[in-house]
Design a protein around this ligand. Structure first.
Ligand code: IPE
Ligand code: IPE
Ligand code: MG
Length: 250
């Protein structure tokens, strides 16, 4: 029997995988522990996933780490998450460099605590020359926020007279988003059995394949990531065409 990793066709990898890392709280509850323990345990899953993606040769991995809506959680949980973020970024920057991984962050980063912003900027700067995997952290991110910001920017340019409405094409609009230099994800994974998008990359996921697993994020390992890739590779992406048209162009 082949392992999931052996089943992967490395010539047909998705260039960009995006993940909604969900289920930390429920995982902790199952252990009779506080929610924060789930978040702490989820860091190992992040490390495994990043390593698996980098080893396979995937170019972009976006992780939804904190949504705009997550600010509404109890203050204690939010603070613990921010502390964890600072610590994980600090501890992992040398490993990112060792593995040639470039770090980027998207979201309303200015709303993060100062300590987080500084740590993040430092890690982004120190890994900026790396040419392997690009790891994108979505922090204080929401897609409706991002789209609204883009619309505001475009409206003000039109008002100033520096942009004509007919110049607003799909590709122009994409360039106004936080993901402007990143290709759209081909695969979106959500853990923990929830089947929703929770304000994540609404524009960019227009044609992504969705993969849902019941595995809770702190249990997610390389093997789970490989399984998602194998599943993705078994799908037929049609982009509005018929199955026959797709087969004839292969
Ligand atoms: C995902 O796990 C982590 C964040 C959203 C920050 P949750 O904390 O949402 O875990 P559940 O969904 O409550 O189990
Ligand atoms: C989505 O998870 C956000 C992140 C994983 C960071 P949530 O747990 O916040 O999503 P909902 O609220 O259940 O949709
Ligand atoms: Mg959740």
């Amino acid at each position: 029997m082949k392992t999931a990793k052996e089943e992967i066709n490395t010539t047909k990898l998705p260039a960009h995988v995006a993940i909604i890392m969900d289920g930390n709280g429920r995982w902790a509850k199952l252990q009779g522990a506080a929610r924060v323990f789930g978040h702490q345990s989820g860091v190992k899953s992040v490390k495994e996933t990043v390593e698996a993606a980098a080893e396979l040769g995937i170019k972009y991995l976006t992780l939804y780490a904190f949504s705009t809506e997550n600010w509404n959680r109890p203050g204690e949980e939010v603070s613990a998450l921010m502390e964890l973020l600072v610590k994980a970024i600090h501890d992992e920057t040398p490993t990112l460099n060792k593995n040639n991984i470039r770090l980027l962050a998207i979201g309303a980063l200015e709303s993060l605590p100062q300590k987080c912003i500084i740590q993040l900027q430092k890690a982004v700067q120190e890994t900026s020359k790396n040419t392997g995997l690009t790891l994108v952290l979505a922090l204080s991110y929401s897609a409706k926020w991002e789209i609204t910001e883009a619309v505001k920017k475009i409206a003000s340019e039109v008002q100033k007279g520096s942009l004509l409405p007919e110049e607003i094409t799909e590709s122009f609009f994409s360039k106004q988003l936080t993901t402007k230099d990143i290709p759209d994800p081909e695969l979106m994974i959500r853990t923990s059995g929830e089947h929703r998008i929770s304000n994540f990359l609404l524009w960019q996921l227009a044609y992504a394949e969705f993969y849902f697993t019941d595995t809770l994020w702190p249990d997610f390992r390389k093997e789970h990531f490989y399984q998602a890739i194998v599943n993705y590779q078994s799908r037929e992406r049609r982009f509005g065409k018929t199955g026959e048209q797709i087969k004839n162009t292969k």
